[in-house]
Design a binder for this molecule. Structure first.
Ligand code: FE2
Length: 242
């Protein structure tokens, strides 16, 4: 278990922007819950204090690779219009019983930005999901009405960390958000502009999940060099094939 105290949060004011995070696209790295540490000590056992593991599982662990590049996923990608789907990011999300933190409202397109927008998330719950253990919530139709207007990017010059542009947070309308109370083994497909979030796990049941994000890799779709997630030339994003 790594001793790097990098936490994961979508709450922009506190997001760690260290090299541990920025280099995780080509590695398997561990990110702590925000509240995991107190006075230099873990407050709960490490396996409960980890928020997520990422972001290169799909290319580095055979079991995750087989799921992520499954021909059925490739077929879905084609069916929803992706010409050259590239798997760019994977995460094992723990959201442990009584300890897993919230994920604040966001659009995945802000974190995996392409021009034009193309990111799609595939999200598998590995435990049954309820409002008690922190299921996903989503705002129906928001992918059609709320364009991605903000971007999480590496600062210029490189090495200065990350930032949101524009700086001002989006004021989300969550009045119509619905909980996705689904059973383990389901598959949720998340449009890059869908406004979604999850709350703390206040139950005694874990809410583990695995997710992969795919972007369009065809000519004419740009994956900007200031996206937080980058791969070195000798470890490029791979295409899903039917
Ligand atoms: Fe998300």
């Amino acid at each position: 278990m790594t001793q790097v105290k990098s936490v994961f949060t979508t709450r922009e004011q506190t997001r760690e922007t260290d090299e541990y995070f920025l280099g995780s696209g080509r590695e398997i790295r561990y990110f702590w819950e925000e509240k995991a540490w107190e006075s230099g000590q873990l407050k709960v056992p490490a396996k409960e204090a980890v928020n997520k593991i990422g972001h290169g599982l799909h290319d580095l662990v055979p079991e995750f690779e087989s799921v992520s590049y499954d021909k059925r996923i490739a077929r879905i990608c084609k069916d929803i219009g992706l010409i050259k789907p590239l798997a760019v990011q994977s995460m094992y999300i723990l959201k442990s019983a009584f300890f897993g933190g919230e994920v604040t409202p966001h659009q995945d397109g802000a974190f995996l930005f392409t021009e034009p927008q193309s990111v799609v998330g595939f999200w598998w719950p590995l435990d049954d999901c309820s409002t008690m253990n922190g299921c996903l919530w989503a705002v129906p139709g928001s992918h059609k009405t709320v364009p991605v207007s903000r971007k999480f990017r590496r600062k210029d010059p490189p090495g200065e960390g990350t930032e949101f542009l524009p700086v001002e947070p989006v004021k989300w309308d969550l009045a119509n958000a619905v909980p996705l109370e689904i059973s383990k083994g389901s598959l949720v497909i998340i449009h890059g502009a869908l406004v979604h979030f999850s709350r703390e796990n206040v139950s005694g049941k874990d809410r583990h999940a695995y997710s992969v994000h795919v972007v369009e890799g065809r000519p004419g779709v740009d994956y900007p060099s200031d996206n937080w997630l980058q791969r070195p030339p000798d470890f490029p994003f791979r295409e899903l094939h039917i």
